[in-house]
Design a protein around this ligand. Structure first.
Ligand SMILES: CC(C)(COP(=O)(O)OP(=O)(O)OC[C@H]1O[C@@H](n2cnc3c(N)ncnc32)[C@H](O)[C@@H]1OP(=O)(O)O)[C@@H](O)C(=O)NCCC(=O)NCCS
Length: 210
């Protein structure tokens, strides 16, 4: 794979990056398009609402790609708990796996913030559809030339829960192990419990249980 890909770093978006999102909103970049109200809502006031989550791909200090979500009445809106995706990579950096990496990192961030799923809207003719299918988005509705897709975040929620469970399980095991003078046994028990309870707890869609 090329040197460009090796040097590229994916990181969480920072407030200083917010103005740059406009450059990734239209293809090709266009102030006229970005200022249309139905497009502007993908970036206006970014960072001020709960679903405003993003990652950027950076190479040598330059942002070369961005993926972000918002809960907005956009083209891919499904409900008020589901942040909708916008994603773009600069043309000269496409087809190197950066889009997939951005999405993977974004899914992790969304799960860490407690979101159960994320949605998007894409034209059926857009080759990006293949990327979304590969990243396990599923079509939930079709509207003429467009489809709305949803990606559940169960796997990411489970990993996040298991990670938290490992920390708590380890702590539990050390404390009980020191008290009972059987550190090995209780660390093992604590880790197993932590992974099982933590992973399971976060993967359950609590809205369905109501
Ligand atoms: C969609 C996009 C973010 C993917 O980024 P990327 O870094 O090229 O993605 P990856 O290298 O991880 O994956 C490549 C996939 O992107 C898609 N792709 C390739 N060229 C593309 C293009 N010109 N436009 C849209 N998607 C494209 C294909 O699905 C490709 O997978 P395939 O080769 O198996 O068909 C990028 O192509 C892009 O910025 N496109 C223009 C903006 C856009 O269409 N955004 C989505 C709006 S819903």
């Amino acid at each position: 794979m090329s040197k460009q890909k090796k040097n590229c770093k994916i990181r969480a978006i920072k407030p200083a990056d917010y103005p740059a999102l406009a450059d990734f909103l239209a293809e090709p970049p266009s102030r006229e398009v970005v200022e249309k109200p139905e497009i502007a809502l993908y970036i206006d006031g970014f960072g001020s609402q709960k679903g405003d989550i993003g990652v950027v791909a950076e190479q040598n200090g330059k942002i070369i790609g961005a993926a972000w979500t918002r809960i907005i009445p956009g083209f891919g809106h499904v409900d008020d708990d589901t942040p909708e995706l916008a994603i773009s990579v600069l043309p000269e950096y496409r087809n190197q796996g950066i889009g997939a990496k951005l999405l993977k990192q974004l899914f992790t961030q969304l799960a860490q913030k407690g979101f159960k799923q994320t949605s998007l809207s894409v034209q059926k003719a857009n080759p990006a559809l293949r990327l979304y299918e590969r990243m396990e988005y599923k079509t939930v509705s079709e509207n003429g030339e467009d489809v709305v897709m949803v990606r559940e975040l169960k796997k990411e929620l489970q990993s996040y829960g298991a990670g938290l469970g490992i920390s708590f399980g380890l702590l539990f095991g050390v404390v009980v192990g020191v008290i009972t003078d059987d550190l090995g046994l209780w660390i093992g028990v604590g880790l197993c419990l932590g992974i099982a309870v933590g992973g399971g707890w976060y993967a359950v869609d609590k809205r369905k249980k109501k």
